[in-house]
Design a protein around this ligand. Structure first.
Ligand code: PMP
Length: 451
């Protein structure tokens, strides 16, 4: 079939994110044309249940009128103003107040950015700024985790713990190092319990800190549940153990809630699900259900006060983005948060999430399923060809990508991280849609086994 002119123009003019540019020239794009609740439709009219909520982000689905109206209303009043040089606007003020007040731990200030990557890059800069201000200029190193995902700008990509994000980009930056991930299924040793595995991870962190010199480490970044790394749900005591190491050495904790924030794990924040008390929380994605690019850094006074002093000493905080605190984004976010509360969507995650997890867990008896893991409305199915050895295929990702292609043909969108199929549907999904998803996966597993 000849590509439609739109497909040909895409190939002619766009370089795509996270895409093999050569394969794209051959295969062309899948063009999504419109959305309806948790479904999206391509240009041929085919319907897909988007069990990834776009990119873990469209919490309210793809056709929420109230968000559209909120954007339209704000566009008419004030379509743009910035927040540089003490300028402000109503929606950004209201959103900053809302985020501070709804935070699971005492917080003080919000700095607005446009994407998760920008937010994490900004946090890295603010940490250095803070260390200088606090008279600890040697405290500049930062620790994140293998399989952690924090974005793709130079600092954020350095935090991200994937070889693909470093290789060919001359990264990571020298002051950023990685410790092991809490991936019990993949990384635990024979006979190790979740508890001893968590203890080992905390001990490894402790030795890394000792090796580098405790007074040189400024911060630790982590997602409460790792998302893009393959939905890695930490062992129950993991975060307690990690936090006690960080506390002992006065190391700042940055919780990257870009995926977990606003209900995904069954509580408003992933930090609540895992009892995490961070100094900084980074949010984005579900903050506006991705109807507008927006991210926010929520920080406590321990972070803010030295920054304020330093800005006073040097004259100003010379950092900020044109779109930071965008009134339209803030208005959309406020409406989005209102809808999450008004419609009881966190309770929906509790109810529908429990149903989804229960149905997914029944798949673990299938010969190709090594593990099912998840919490709330986020989960992963680990596909394996050899259950005992926990291996999928000669090349990691082969089975996973066939599985996601088969599901795609069935009108279901998931995302494979190697051979783990990630599932993260919009928060508005109902029981019938979960049934549609699980029935689709069951059928796919049947086809996959027959191949
Ligand atoms: N942090 C986390 C936890 C993420 O999942 C992502 C995006 N998947 C980012 C940061 C980066 O966000 P963005 O793509 O908006 O830069």
């Amino acid at each position: 079939m000849l590509p439609s002119s739109q497909q040909a123009r895409d190939v002619a003019y766009q370089l795509h994110a996270y895409t093999n540019a050569r394969s794209h020239q051959r295969a062309g794009p899948l063009i999504i044309e419109r959305g309806e609740g948790p479904y999206v439709f391509d240009t041929a009219g085919k319907r897909y249940l988007d069990a990834m909520a776009g990119l873990w982000s469209a919490g309210l689905g793809f056709s929420e009128k109230r968000l559209i109206e909120a954007a339209h209303r704000q566009m008419q009043i004030l379509p743009f103003y910035h927040t540089f040089a003490s300028r402000s606007n109503g929606p950004s003020i209201a959103l900053a107040e809302k985020l501070v007040k709804m935070s699971p731990v005492p917080m003080s200030k919000v700095f607005f950015t446009n994407s998760g990557s920008e937010a994490n890059d900004t946090v890295l800069k603010l940490i250095a700024y803070r260390s200088n201000a606090a008279g600890q200029p040697q405290r500049k190193k930062v620790i994140s985790r293998l399989r952690g995902y924090h974005g793709v700008t130079i600092g954020a990509a350095s935090l991200t713990g994937f070889p693909d994000n470093h290789r060919s980009f001359d990264l990571p930056l020298p002051n950023i190092m990685h410790t092991g991930s809490p991936h019990f299924y993949k990384d635990s040793r024979a006979g190790e319990s979740e508890e001893t595995f968590a203890t080992r991870r905390a001990e490894e962190l402790e030795s890394l800190i000792q090796r580098e010199g405790a007074d040189t480490i400024a911060a630790f970044f982590g997602e409460p549940v790792m998302g893009a790394g393959g939905v890695i749900v930490p062992p129950p005591t993991y975060w307690d153990k990690i936090q006690s190491v960080l506390k002992k050495h006065s190391i700042l904790l940055v919780a990257d809630e870009v995926i977990c924030g606003f209900g995904r794990t069954g509580k408003m924040f992933g930090c609540e699900t895992y009892n995490i008390a961070p100094d900084v929380i980074v949010v984005s994605k579900q903050l506006t259900s991705s109807y507008f690019p927006l991210s926010a850094i929520i920080m406590n006074d321990y972070m803010f006060e030295p920054i304020a002093d330093e800005s006073n000493k040097v004259g100003l905080l010379a950092h900020g983005f044109t779109g930071g605190g965008h009134p339209v984004g803030a208005a959309v976010a406020l409406e989005n948060l209102k809808l999450i509360e008004e419609r009881g969507l966190i309770a929906n995650v509790g109810r529908i999430g429990a149903y989804m997890q229960e149905r997914l867990r029944t798949l673990v008896d299938h010969p190709l399923v090594g593990e099912v893991r998840g919490v709330g409305l986020i989960a992963a199915i680990e596909l394996v060809l050899d259950k005992k050895r926990k291996v999928a295929a000669t090349t990691p990702g082969d089975v996973g990508s066939i599985a996601s292609r088969l599901l795609h043909e069935r009108g279901i969108i998931v995302r494979n991280v190697d051979d783990a199929l990630s599932i993260c549907p919009p928060l508005i999904v109902n029981k019938d849609q979960i049934d549609e998803l699980i029935d689709g996966i069951t059928g796919m597993l049947h086809d996959l086994k027959a191949m």
